[in-house]
Design a binder for this molecule. Structure first.
Ligand SMILES: Nc1nc2c(ncn2[C@@H]2O[C@H](COP(=O)(O)OP(=O)(O)OP(=O)(O)O)[C@@H](O)[C@H]2O)c(=O)[nH]1
Ligand SMILES: [Mg+2]
Length: 340
């Protein structure tokens, strides 16, 4: 049986300090939420920069006595929305929804925010979140993306949380281009206390991947996570290398890898979209980790990603510490984006 949810893994996360107004928003708007408080709090905290841009901008459009929703306001709202890198498509959908519901009325900021949040929530909704675990362990996860997007750090954070919920994890240092990459993953493995399989510098990444899965099987691991070197989606030979890794892993366990997670850097804004385009098919991606949301004022980029690709966002990266990862939840995300 497939299990899709690792929500419990997140519950144990320590909370970041959250501003009282932000939490008050949650208490008033999200009383129906079934999400653990940890996820909500982390989203609110991680989306601080994006929210600050949006809120200051949108708030500026309203006077204390409210404002008439007319073409002028709708145009201004549109230009504020696209500053978060959500792109024109989603910004148009949100603007048109506000027009449909509120045009011709004098409204307060809160009412517009509520409408926008609701629309964003439905645009972000996705069927599956969490990891897709194999019917019988080990579950094999391959992690891919461009240079510096946050692959190795995301692996460390994910492994830490899986490990802390009692899962036995083996890491594979499949980035054999640089000795430093192997070292970086080795440090994470040491910190977590999990097993790691390394090849020599320059070794075939596919053979490291194979050995890692083999180790996972031999040691009764629950999850095997394989790191890969950063590459551009346009580098055909390197994209083929990912294909080889997948084939080799499938030879060891039929149906593996069970997840191919594409790590996108939220600070790269619209570039993240071309990366998703290039990787999603060529690398057979099954989901996205959107890293560095905490450092980005462009968290809105998640909307075109959800709109254009049939790929669920599985996790969001919210910092560099081991606990700075949260499973993606559309409700929490949308509300955190527009929280006051
Ligand atoms: N603020 C913040 N920084 C992050 C996050 N994830 C990764 N980083 C930082 O981004 C930088 C690159 O992260 P890596 O994990 O090394 O990225 P990578 O994709 O493995 O890089 P290559 O292996 O060189 O392709 C590091 O300085 C990380 O600490 C995040 O969620 N938030
Ligand atoms: Mg790396």
């Amino acid at each position: 049986m497939n299990r899709y949810n690792i929500g419990s893994l997140i519950i144990c996360l320590p909370l970041d300090p959250i501003s009282e107004p932000a939490m008050a928003f949650w208490r008033s708007k999200k009383t129906e939420s079934t999400e653990p408080a940890g996820v909500i709090a982390k989203m609110v905290s991680g989306l601080q920069k994006t929210r600050r841009t949006l809120n200051t901008d949108i708030r500026d459009l309203f006077k204390s006595q409210g404002r008439l929703v007319d073409d002028e306001l709708l145009d201004e709202l549109f230009s504020k929305l696209i500053r978060t890198d959500m792109g024109t498509g989603p910004a148009e959908i949100i603007r048109d929804d506000v027009a449909r519901r509120l045009r011709g009325r004098v409204v307060q900021l809160e009412e517009v925010l509520e409408t926008i949040t609701e629309q964003t929530r439905s645009m972000l909704a996705q069927e599956s979140t969490g990891l897709r675990f194999a019917d019988s362990p080990p579950t094999v996860i391959l992690v891919v993306g461009v240079n510096g997007s946050g692959k190795t750090t995301s692996i460390g954070k994910l492994a830490y949380h899986l490990h802390s919920t009692g899962k036995k994890v083996v890491l594979g240092a499949g980035d054999t281009f640089r000795a430093a990459a192997v070292e970086q993953l080795t440090i994470w493995a040491g910190r977590i206390g999990c097993d790691i399989v390394k090849g020599n510098e320059g070794a075939d990444p596919a053979s490291v991947a194979y050995q890692t899965v083999e180790r996972g099987v031999q040691t009764g691991a629950d999850v095997v996570i394989i790191d890969t070197a950063g590459r551009l989606q346009t580098q055909t030979n390197l994209m083929q290398q990912l294909d080889k890794i997948r084939r080799v892993v499938d030879k060891k366990i039929e149906g593996a890898p069970h997840e191919v997670l594409l790590v996108l850097d939220a600070t790269s804004g619209q570039n993240a979209i071309s990366q998703a385009k290039g990787f999603s098919e060529a690398a057979g991606c099954t989901g996205i980790i959107l890293a560095k949301l905490d450092g980005s004022a462009k968290g809105g980029v998640i909307l075109p990603i959800r709109e254009q690709f049939d790929l669920p966002v599985k996790f969001v990266g919210l910092g560099e510490r081991v606990e700075d990862i949260a499973s993606f939840d559309a409700d929490s995300f949308a509300s955190a984006l527009f929280a006051e």
